[in-house]
Design a binder for this molecule. Structure first.
Ligand code: NAP
Length: 229
């Protein structure tokens, strides 16, 4: 008998997180999907896959709400934890002109808070499970092309924090992934992005699933290719 797998997707109200929820459902995985406020699109997916989606509330900037989520999910083992939530502000700014509040908000939302979610939930991730965080190609320092500077910095910081986490957990049997989905047409990605959501997320899920059983930290693109730090 095969048991149904469970994924917790943090930040699943819209965009890539919503598509992750739909893709995992379509593959028969039970999805626990977080939102900050009701998402009619996610509710439609839940209705299409009865019994497969639990919609729960969490704002990763509010540790109280993350701790409450942890309490609510107590005792449930996760096969995959996928922290997707992120923001992009002040896209064209530089350190010279950015409003400090925008930079701080990105560092908190894209770097510190996802890792706090990882720290809090990691003990609930199965020994052969996956801890994935949505990073970005723009988080690669080696591949830097000088665009979206402040957002890119927040993803580079995320990559560093995840690397530090992996160093603090030597011999961990889980897979640790920083995932770069490509530049995708979402509210954040804008209409200028070359990829549709369908051209990214199914590949992302296939690549994440393909990493199962290969412990260690990797920074991968949507096709599972290792990216330079
Ligand atoms: N689109 C791209 O081209 C691209 C490329 C590389 C990486 N990424 C990364 O992929 C992830 C998803 O991006 P997207 O394009 O789907 O962006 P999006 O359409 O703007 O969606 C962002 C998602 O993050 C959630 N979120 C934001 N702040 C949150 C918080 N404090 N707590 C909980 N959830 C929060 C949003 O929830 P609300 O609906 O409540 O705001 C929404 O579900 C992000 O980490 C982004 O950096 C995107």
């Amino acid at each position: 008998m095969t048991t149904q797998k469970t994924v917790l997707i943090v930040g699943a109200s819209r965009g890539l997180g919503l598509a992750l929820a739909e893709e995992y459902c379509a593959r028969g995985t039970r999805v626990v999907a977080t939102v900050r406020s009701p998402s009619a699109e996610l509710e439609r997916i839940a209705a299409r896959f009865p019994g497969s989606v639990a919609i729960v509330t969490a704002d990763i900037l509010d540790m109280g709400s993350v701790v409450a989520l942890k309490r609510r999910l107590a005792g449930q083992m996760l096969d995959t934890l996928f922290v997707n939530a992120g923001i992009c502000l002040a896209r064209d700014s530089t350190p010279r002109d950015v409003h400090e509040a925008d930079f701080v908000a990105m560092m908190l939302t894209n770097a510190l808070s996802p890792m706090r979610v990882v720290e809090l939930f990691e003990e609930q991730v199965a020994h052969n499970g996956v801890i994935a965080v949505m990073s970005s190609e723009l988080g690669s320092i080696a591949h830097n092309r000088g665009s979206w500077e402040l957002y890119s910095s927040s993803k580079a910081a995320l990559n560093m924090l995840m690397t530090c986490f992996s160093r603090r957990h030597p011999g961990d049997s889980r897979v640790l992934l920083l995932v770069a989905p490509g530049w995708v047409r979402t509210e954040m990605g804008t209409a200028n992005a070359p990829l549709s959501i369908e051209e990214s997320i199914p590949h992302v899920v296939t690549s994440v699933e393909a990493q199962a059983g290969r412990p260690g930290l990797r920074f991968i693109d949507r096709h599972g290719k290792t990216l330079p730090w």
